[in-house]
Unconditional design. Structure first.
Length: 191
């Protein structure tokens, strides 16, 4: 073997040894870091020092996304599913949002039915097909982990609800810049 070939071989062996040393140090660093910064186990109840029983965990684990799947800070309003309700029941609409607590929301219910309506003034605060809809205002309530909540109750014995009707709930915030809607049904009268 000539001297330059031997020199190339030594350089390659030294490079391989350096890579192996680097990988070993990186592996040890990661293991030491994880050992020093343990994430507490939430599934197991903690036991108080006086051993009288379990104590609640001191750490709240926040979800990484809102109920609508938002992984970013894009403002959103989510509406919880609305089951069918009988005419005359009080329906409580609920949802979540990443808007700040105290921000105003505008909620409106309109008939989802399309019918031709006579000319003239429409019925205020009425959800019948020729009405202006029924609206309300509320403020976002503080939730957990930046996922805040809202809630609105409506008496279906008022405002022109009809059995067999389908209605559209619209929720908007920031002057209509954020909007979401959901359909729901009103069945026959409660018995």
């Amino acid at each position: 073997m000539n001297p330059s070939g031997r020199k190339d071989l030594l350089i390659r062996v030294a490079a391989i040894i350096a890579i192996i040393l680097f990988l070993a140090l990186a592996y040890a660093t990661v293991n030491l870091w994880n050992g020093a910064n343990q994430v507490p186990e939430i599934n197991k109840p903690a036991v108080s020092p006086d051993t009288t029983g379990p104590v609640p965990p001191a750490i709240t684990v926040c979800p990484q996304q809102t109920s609508a799947g938002n992984l970013t800070n894009v403002p959103e309003i989510a509406i919880d599913p609305v089951p069918d309700h009988a005419l005359g029941e009080i329906v409580t609409f609920t949802g979540t949002t990443n808007l700040a607590a105290g921000e105003p929301l505008v909620l409106k219910i309109d008939s989802a039915e399309f019918v031709p309506c006579p000319k003239g003034p429409s019925l205020p605060d009425s959800v019948n097909p020729c009405g202006e809809g029924f609206a309300g205002n509320l403020s976002v309530t503080m939730g957990n982990c930046g996922i805040n909540i809202w809630s609105w109750s409506v008496d279906t014995s008022q405002h022109g609800f009809r059995p067999g009707g389908q209605y559209l709930l619209s929720v908007s915030g920031r002057n209509g810049g954020i909007h979401n809607s959901a359909l729901f049904n009103i069945t026959g009268s409660r018995g």
